[in-house]
Design a protein around this ligand. Structure first.
Ligand SMILES: *Cc1c(COP(=O)(O)O)cnc(C)c1O
Length: 411
C-alpha cells in the first residue's frame, strides 16, 4: 500500500466508533478507539483479518499485509490515541520497532544513548548498525550535567529509556527535549517500562515514543509486538516505509491480541502499581536488606522527578539487592511459587529475573558491577495477583534459604 496507512480510510467505520478527544479518558479511548473494520455485521469486536493479500481496488486501500492490514490499523488507532499522537506504526516486536527507527539513519550519523539502555538495543547498535556507519556514544543521563553533551555533540538522535532496565533510573525527558529542540536533534524515548498509562513522552516533548507492546500494553505474555508513536510527518513516513520495506510488520493475529490486551491497560497498571508499591515498602522494611529501588519510594534518588513525570510514580518493576551469594540468590528465585523465574515483564503474572545471569549475562562482570548489577540484584515484574499471596511466596522463599527471619512475622 503506497497510501498513508495512518489515515482512517473509507470503509473502516472509524468515525462511528471515534470518541471525542481530549475529553474522553484513557480507559474510554483504550476500549473504544481502534474498533474499525467490523464489516457491517454488528460484531462488537472486529474480526482477525487473516489474509496475506487484498483484491485490487478495494475501498480500504489495502493491497498486501506486509504494508497494511485492518488489524494493524485498528491497533495503530488505539495506540496513537492513548499517547495523543498524530501517528502510530506497529511492528512485529519491540526490536523491530527499534530497527525501524535506527535504519532510518544514515552512515555517519551520531546517536547519543543512555548507558543503561535495554540489552537488545545495545546489541543492535553494536553488532548491526555500527557496520553501517552509525556511531553510538553512551552517557549517564540521570546526571543532569551530561545533558550539555547533547549541545556539544549535536547528535542526529538522542536515545533515552526511562525508567531504565534493570536499575530503574528515571531520566528527565522534558529537559532532554528542550535541549534537543534547540539544536534540531530527534529525541526518542523507549517507554516500555512505563507504558502510556504511566508516562507520555510526546507530551513531555519527545519526538518519538517507542514501546515493546509485548510487555504492559499487551499485558498477557502471549505474543510480541512493538510500536512507534510520533507527531512528525517525516518520522511517520519513515516508520510506514520501514514496516513494509524491511518486513517488520506484525501478524494480524498478534495485532488483534494486543488490541484486546490494551483495553485493560489502565486497570492492570493501577493494580501493578499498588502491588509494586506494597512489595517495595515491605522489602525496604526488612532488617539488613541491601537496597530496594522503586520510583514510588521516597528513598529512590529520582523520586521527585518520577512523581512529576510518571502517573503515580512507578509501574510494576521493583529491583532489590538481597546481599546474598549467587547460589543463594538463585536458590531463592528458583523455589518461588508465583514469581516465575523468566525474562520479560509487564504481564498479569508475576515474574522474577536475575539480571546478572539472565538479561545482562553478556555484559562483562566488571562493566556490570560498575553500573550496580551485582550477583545479588533481583528484578521483580510484579503482576496483578493478590499482594498477600505474593508476599507470602517471598516470605516462604526467605525462610527456605535462611534469611530475613523478621519477615516471617510480617503478614
Ligand atoms: C522487551 C524490551 C524491548 C524489546 O522488545 P521485544 O518485543 O522483546 O522485541 C525493547 N525495550 C525495552 C525497554 C524492553 O523491555
Amino acid at each position: 500500500m503506497t497510501r498513508d496507512s495512518q489515515r482512517p480510510p473509507a470503509g473502516g467505520d472509524f468515525e462511528r466508533c471515534r470518541v471525542s478527544e481530549p475529553i474522553s479518558g484513557f480507559s474510554t479511548r483504550a476500549i473504544h478507539e481502534g474498533c474499525g473494520y467490523r464489516d457491517q455485521t454488528g460484531a462488537v469486536t472486529p474480526p482477525i483479518y487473516a489474509t496475506s493479500t487484498f483484491e485490487y481496488g478495494n475501498e480500504g486501500g489495502f493491497d498486501y499485509t506486509r504494508s497494511g492490514n485492518p488489524n494493524f490499523r485498528n491497533l495503530e488507532a488505539t495506540l496513537r490515541s492513548l499517547e495523543h499522537a498524530a501517528h502510530a506504526t506497529v511492528f512485529s516486536s519491540g526490536v523491530a520497532a527499534i530497527t525501524a527507527v535506527v535504519s532510518s539513519l544514515k552512515s555517519g550519523d551520531l546517536v547519543l544513548a543512555e548507558e543503561n539502555v535495554y540489552g537488545c538495543t545495545f546489541r543492535l547498535f553494536d553488532r548491526v548498525f555500527k557496520k553501517f556507519g552509525v556511531t553510538v556514544e553512551y552517557l549517564d543521563f540521570s546526571q543532569v550535567s551530561q545533558f550539555e553533551q547533547i549541545r556539544v555533540k549535536k547528535p542526529r538522535l538522542v536515545w533515552l529509556e526511562s525508567p531504565t532496565n534493570p536499575l530503574l533510573k528515571v531520566i528527565d525527558i522534558r529537559r532532554a527535549a528542550e535541549i534537543c529542540r534547540t539544536i534540531g536533534s530527534t529525541l526518542l524515548v523507549d517507554n516500555t517500562f512505563a507504558s502510556g498509562y504511566v508516562q507520555q513522552p510526546l507530551a513531555l516533548g519527545a519526538d518519538l515514543s517507542l514501546s515493546s507492546t509485548t510487555k504492559y500494553i499487551n499485558g498477557h505474555s502471549d505474543c510480541l509486538g512493538g510500536v512507534v508513536c510520533t507527531n512528525s510527518e517525516e518520522w511517520a513516513e519513515n516508520m510506514v516505509f520501514a514496516q513494509k520495506a524491511l518486513g517488520l510488520n506484525p501478524s494480524p493475529f498478534d495485532s488483534w491480541l494486543i488490541s484486546r490486551g490494551v483495553k485493560t491497560l489502565a486497570l492492570r497498571m493501577q493494580q501493578h502499581q499498588r502491588n509494586a508499591q506494597a512489595l517495595a515498602e515491605w522489602l525496604e522494611a526488612l532488617p539488613g536488606i541491601g537496597w530496594v529501588r522503586y520510583p514510588g519510594l521516597p528513598s529512590h534518588p529520582d523520586h521527585e522527578l518520577a512523581k512529576r513525570q510518571m502517573r503515580n510514580g512507578g509501574s510494576g518493576i521493583v529491583v532489590a539487592d538481597f546481599g546474598l551469594t549467587l547460589e543463594k540468590t538463585r536458590d531463592l528465585l528458583q523455589g518461588l511459587r508465583y514469581f516465575k523465574l523468566a525474562e520479560s515483564l509487564g504481564g498479569v503474572e508475576s515474574l522474577v529475573c536475575h539480571p546478572a545471569t539472565m538479561t545482562h549475562a553478556s555484559v562483562p562482570r566488571e562493566v556490570r558491577e560498575q553500573v550496580g548489577i551485582t550477583d545479588a540484584v533481583v528484578r521483580f515484574s510484579v503482576g496483578v495477583e493478590e499482594i498477600g499471596d505474593l508476599l507470602e511466596d517471598l516470605q516462604d522463599g526467605f525462610r527456605r534459604v535462611g534469611c530475613y527471619a523478621r519477615s516471617y512475622q510480617l503478614t
